[in-house]
Design a binder for this molecule. Structure first.
Ligand code: G3P
Ligand code: CA
Length: 267
């Protein structure tokens, strides 16, 4: 099976991460999937923000959990050029000032689901953040929202339009309790954090090692496959890493540059 391209926080090498503009461009670039991080506002809304605080990615400051949806909606999330130094070489410095699809405002998970609904076949990979501190609220809100879109209980895991991911087994366990059929990915950032033999906890369908782990132990993908687990690898922007993922049979690869990565994969 060919490696599928998942746009990490949207096409975030070219547009501010987690904005409508970043996701619209990812879809335009033909990404197979979209990745997003979700957090809960003080008043219980799921918003697509990576960090605990909004300082890096917006014109405001403060922890998402202390802000209301209304106060977050007043901020500008288009501060990508100044705030993404790790992608600085790749940035195409286009202004993102046109309203509408080039919105630089707050992205709620609900708006992202609306965007995905307009693009059938594009899979959404939702990563839940701060799972420990908020004791299940994020997962409950997520499943409730997905339920409203008819996406919480897919008939088949393989064809589910939504995949839920987390670095926390506890979070995945909660997801599994709320939905038996939503596919899950356990993200891994360190060797040996869990069972590096290729097995996974029961709450995880698939495995999500950072690409740095595959450089160290490329056989991991085959070991996981032997137990029926696909591999989702993040964040893959270098040619050598893209080639490695293709060679190893990685199922999904998260990248900040969907078009360039897809071109490399099909070379
Ligand atoms: O796609 C998984 C990857 O996004 C995990 O790392 O820090 O970018 O959320 P992070
Ligand atoms: Ca993420």
């Amino acid at each position: 099976m060919q490696t599928a391209v998942v746009a990490h926080r949207g096409a975030s090498a070219y547009r501010a991460e987690h904005t409508v503009a970043a996701y619209a461009l990812a879809i335009e670039q033909g990404a197979d999937g979209l990745e997003c991080d979700v957090r809960l506002t003080r008043d219980g809304h799921l918003v697509c923000v990576h960090d605990r605080r909004v300082d890096r990615t917006s014109s405001g400051s403060g922890a998402v959990s202390t802000l209301t949806l209304a106060s977050m909606a007043e901020l500008d999330y288009g501060r990508w050029d100044a705030t993404m130094p790790e992608h600085a070489d790749d940035l195409v410095r286009e202004p993102v000032a046109t309203p509408g699809r080039h919105d630089r405002g707050l992205l709620t998970l609900e708006s992202l689901l609306d965007l995905v609904a307009d693009s059938p076949g594009t899979r959404l990979f939702v990563e839940t953040k701060h799972p420990v501190r908020y004791g299940g609220l994020v997962e409950t809100a997520l499943i409730e929202l997905l339920g409203r879109y008819g996406l919480a209980s897919p008939k088949s895991k393989e064809d589910s339009p939504v995949v839920v991911m987390s670095f926390s087994t506890m979070a995945l366990r909660r997801v599994r309790q709320l939905s038996a059929t939503l596919p899950t990915v356990l993200l891994l950032s360190q060797l040996g954090t869990l069972r590096w033999d290729g097995t996974l906890p029961r709450s995880a369908d698939h495995t999500g090692p950072g690409v740095h782990l595959l450089r160290t132990d490329p056989d991991y993908v085959a070991r996981a496959a032997a137990f029926g687990h696909h591999t989702y690898t993040w964040t893959v922007d270098d040619d050598a890493d893209i080639d490695l993922c293709r060679r190893l049979g990685v199922r999904w690869l998260a990248t900040n540059s969907p078009a360039a990565t897809a071109a490399r994969l099909t070379r």
